[in-house]
Design a protein around this ligand. Sequence first.
Ligand code: G3P
Ligand code: MG
Length: 241
Amino acid sequence: MKLFAHRGYSGKYPENTLPAFRAAAELAVDGVEFDVHLTKDGEAVVIHDEKLHRTTTGKGFVKDHTLAELKTLDAGSWFSEEWAGTEIPTLAEVLDVFRDTHHTLNIELKTDVFPYDGLLEEVIRLVAQAELSERVILSSFNHEDIAWATRNTSLTSALLTSQVLVNAYDYGRGVGTTRLHVSLPAAFRSMTSEAMRKGSVVYVYTVNDGQYLDGLKQVGVHGIFTDYPEKMQALLAEQAE
Ligand code: G3P
Ligand code: MG
């Protein structure tokens, strides 16, 4: 079962910041997941929410601020004073952390609330520039963007869903991918086992409690996203003994 650090090593460091990514880059996990939005001046930045207030000292929406404005915000002190002064990273800065590692990078396009015209193209441009196309999985709850990516790029793409779908495999094929990233509850529904039987690759978010690992193994899912990669790695190793 592949292990992905969710929003970087977000259980121990402020999510979606360079300290969280540098820590994940040191781990022998398979990959890292993070979320991208577009600034007012067209830059791709890594942060989870559309709004700034939960994880930064800012207010309002990411999309209404320039990169220079966002760079003045503190994205670390909400998590711990130890990380006061940590900035919102650009996508380019995050890609740079993983330039020479083995990790697969799951870039989640947060285009499901605001469409962020131009973000998908900017992500593709930056990934190509960093020569990381072979190690990227694009995912989104916005399936129109995933359909576009499967038609117009050779990047690996995945459908994100928190819904229990009927014929998820066929739906995915219609969009252009057999890869499904499903929520933890949906992982245990027949939709997931049926999709896998037909050929889907399924990753599950967000698995932070070890009690689910046995069941997920029985279902046979291919990967999980977790905020606690070291803990999950240890539990999986224990089970394998
Ligand atoms: O990509 C998996 C997971 O991150 C999707 O949900 O809200 O944590 O971005 P969210
Ligand atoms: Mg995400």
